[in-house]
Design a protein around this ligand. Structure first.
Ligand SMILES: Nc1ncnc2c1ncn2[C@@H]1O[C@H](COP(=O)(O)OP(=O)(O)OP(=O)(O)O)[C@@H](O)[C@H]1O
Ligand SMILES: [Mg+2]
Length: 221
């Protein structure tokens, strides 16, 4: 754990990703709306600019399909730990670790436009750095069954935090932009998203580094 509390650009954060690994899996965990996907893509660009090919492998692609959630009466709870295929995610992380650099591993993405995962959205092949980002990378099985193996498959895991009012505002905006009424959006945020955020917050102390956005840069706690 680093206790520097300094502010670093994404380029400086990229320098914290160790070189000379055959393949390095860097996790970025954190609550919904914290900016994980944004940071992962910015880090990827910074690493590539530094001549270090990197790929992003989001946890989001392991959302269970809406049809499956409907059959389980869990559609309204979409986003909670048991609405993902945690076993599939763990298996693919292991595959990523075991596959030599240069051989392809296909990774699903989540398409917000259709609200469903898409198979093979990304192919990881030559990238020695893979940024794995998602909510539940630091949970124990006591917190949510099926997730505990994830941390051991990552070489390091950072945590991206954001103040609760910021999360709330971003999530409300996302839900209304996605077609919910303001009432439906509030209900989803209060009843589901922020509960997930609490669960995730309890896993924050397991991170190697805790970050908070500070303008375009990030504060390192
Ligand atoms: N550093 C930042 N400053 C301001 N806005 C940001 C920042 N990072 C992300 N955002 C905005 O916040 C929203 C959420 O960001 P993003 O989708 O990256 O979050 P996330 O953690 O991946 O969320 P989820 O867990 O739901 O996938 C987006 O609208 C994004 O543009
Ligand atoms: Mg995201």
């Amino acid at each position: 754990m680093t206790w520097t509390n300094d502010v670093q650009s994404v380029g400086e954060l990229a320098q914290r990703v160790p070189a000379n690994h055959e393949r390095f899996l860097l996790g970025i965990a954190g609550p919904p709306g914290a900016g994980k996907s944004t940071l992962a893509q910015r880090l990827r660009v910074a690493l590539i600019s530094a001549g270090r090919p990197a790929a992003v492998a989001p946890m989001d692609g392991y959302h269970l399909r809406n049809q499956v959630l409907l059959a389980r009466n869990a559609l309204a709870r979409k986003g909670e730990p048991d609405t993902f295929d945690a076993a599939g995610f763990v298996a693919d992380l292991r595959l990523l670790r075991e596959t030599p650099v240069g051989s392809p591993v296909s990774w699903p993405l989540f398409d917000r436009a259709i609200d469903e995962p898409t198979e093979g959205g990304v192919i990881v092949r030559d990238e020695r750095i893979v940024i794995v980002e998602g909510n539940y990378l630091l949970l124990t099985d006591a917190e949510a069954p099926g997730w505990a193996e994830v941390r051991g498959l990552l070489d390091a895991c950072w945590y991206l935090d954001a103040p609760r009012p910021v999360l709330t505002e971003r999530l409300l905006h996302r839900h209304t932009a996605g077609g919910r009424t303001p009432e439906q959006a509030s209900h989803k945020v209060a009843g589901s998203d922020l509960r997930n955020a609490d669960l995730i917050a309890a896993s924050r102390h397991r991170a190697d580094l805790v970050l908070t956005a500070s303008g375009r840069d990030y504060r390192v706690n």
